[in-house]
Design a protein around this ligand. Structure first.
Ligand SMILES: N[C@@H](Cc1ccccc1)C(=O)O
Length: 501
């Protein structure tokens, strides 16, 4: 048998009884590890070697982890300070213990969260009581940190996971490959294997001297394993947004743009949202501590105030509740992009508009919600509106059906809803492709006269706000909005997610 030199070297360094790692073979043959790996896979394909892979988790201390090795975990320091303050006998005020514990900034919260978790003590109405029998020296997390600092290995996966989630260690997967001779290889070696001098690359020298004609070239193994090289690609949400824009432009819409931080006037007052509406309290909105917005057309302010106070149109009655221009000028992060629709419909964003008109935006909005599988504090809203004479609910439904059909979604449902600014109003629902669960995908309606009147629009306007992330959940099958966004997002999922249409 004849084999290329490198393969022969690897074969001779391998054993029929023990697994040898690629690194060991590299050290023995003096070849580079990647050369050994390449040759080993070629030999495997020839049936001369077996290659096994083992993946192990390696843990490395982060800077914060190293800091705690030196100073002790915050909860341990808090425990010791509490014992000194007498909290083992009776509960002591938290302020006093924290003062003694010498904890910096965020360490206080870290200590307060971990002390009860580890059973070191309890916190109740501002007082701390510790268990005199607790033994922070025997704490597995502290012990694991010490071991890692000394270059040792920690095998307890649950402790490692806990430390990783606390940001004290980084976990990485490490794959080692090892080889062993097959029976066929042992037979071949006994019969004798010759080294074939092969050339891996054509060089100018080989060409110029003409020796290329006499040498033996190494064969390419196009099936050999190689590390996957992942190229960069646009995030699936961005790709969905681009697709949404294409679809809407295709349906004759133009794009709106405008400020993320806007006055309450454009965000709420124009929409006939009463100033004492719960959504306008500090619970729901991200108010900004900046100068009030000066540049709002005075005449428009007057008309909006009139609508709020006395109503608009023949049957309009208004709220008869206080309305403050000062509040209207306050600035917050927009909770919906309907603020842009107001700016455009009023003509403030550009020319006065004559019907028919169609506008859209795909932009970020901000809400002080609770994070859960379907809610984020910021998300993308697909805002849109159509201005025309005599619009009806059929126009609204038809538009959505056409829009969602472009994404392969054909089973949307409408349910009557209430918005202070539209009448009638509809919420939109779709079915999650994986769970079958019905999820809300948007909100819509036809603007009330109290909205369009003050803006100077005297025909119908139908409008909506759809959630881009929810659309992406339906098209990609993501079950949790956090799979798409943020630090918990699953990179493999994102890599393979396609925008269907
Ligand atoms: N602003 C609404 C969406 C909407 C826009 C326009 C009309 C009706 C509804 C929301 O954020 O839910």
């Amino acid at each position: 048998m004849r084999l290329p030199e490198r393969q022969l070297a690897v074969l001779e360094a391998a054993s029929a009884t023990d697994e040898r790692t690629m690194d060991e073979i590299a050290a023995e043959t003096g070849l580079k590890p990647e050369t050994v790996t390449g040759a080993a896979f070629d030999l495997r394909d020839e049936g001369l070697l077996t290659v096994t892979e083992t993946t192990t988790e390696v843990a490395e201390l982060t800077e914060e982890g190293r800091e705690y090795v030196a100073e002790g975990l915050p909860e341990t320091r808090l425990y010791r300070a509490a014992v000194d303050a007498g909290a083992a006998d009776e509960a002591v005020s938290m302020g006093e213990v924290i003062g003694r514990a010498d904890l910096a900034g965020p360490e206080v919260d870290i200590a307060l969260a971990n002390l009860p978790r580890k059973g070191f003590g309890t916190i109740d109405s501002g007082e701390l009581a510790v268990d005199p029998d607790a033994d922070p020296d025997a704490d597995p997390e502290a012990a694991a940190l010490e071991t890692l600092a000394d270059g040792g290995r920690v095998d307890d996966a649950s402790v490692l996971d806990r430390l990783a989630s606390r940001g004290l260690v980084d976990l990485a997967e490490h794959t080692t490959r090892a080889v062993m001779l097959t029976d066929a290889a042992v037979d071949a070696l006994m019969e004798g294997v010759e080294a074939a001098e092969t050339v891996g690359q054509v060089t100018p020298d080989l060409l110029a001297s003409g020796t290329w004609a006499d040498v033996e070239f190494a064969e390419y193994n196009v099936e050999a394993d190689a590390p996957a090289v992942e190229g960069g690609r646009k995030h699936v949400l961005r790709r969905t947004a681009d697709r949404v824009k294409d679809v809407l432009v295709g349906m004759g819409f133009q794009e709106m743009e405008g400020p993320h931080a806007d006055s309450d006037f454009w965000i709420n007052d124009c929409l006939f949202m009463p100033q004492d509406h719960p959504a306008r309290t500090h619970w729901d909105r991200f108010a900004l501590d900046v100068e009030p917005m000066a540049e709002i057309p005075e005449a428009l302010i007057d008309r909006v105030e009139t609508a709020h106070r006395d109503g608009w149109g023949e049957d309009g009655d208004g709220y008869h509740s206080p309305w403050s221009e000062e509040f209207a000028r306050e600035v917050a992060l927009r909770g919906h992009t309907t603020s842009l629709s107001m700016r455009y419909l009023s003509g403030y964003a550009g020319a006065e508009l004559e019907p028919p008109q169609r506008y859209f935006s795909v932009e970020k909005v901000y809400r002080n919600d609770t994070l859960d599988p379907t809610h984020l504090l910021e998300f993308f809203q697909i805002e849109g509106w159509v201005m025309a004479e005599d619009l009806s609910v059929r126009d609204l439904m038809g538009t959505f059906e056409e829009f969602y059909r472009q994404f392969g979604i054909t089973d949307i449902r409408f349910k009557p809803h209430y918005n202070p600014y539209t009448e009638p109003s509809f919420e939109l629902f779709g079915d999650h492709p994986e769970t079958g669960e019905e999820i809300e995908i948007g909100n819509s309606g036809i603007f009330r006269e109290e909205v369009t009147g003050p803006l100077g629009v005297d025909c119908d306007v139908m409008a909506w706000g759809l959630a881009l992330e929810r659309l992406a959940m339906l098209t990609t099958g993501a079950e949790d909005i956090r799979d798409l966004h943020g630090t918990l997002a699953d990179i493999d999922f994102l890599r393979n997610a396609e925008v269907s249409y």
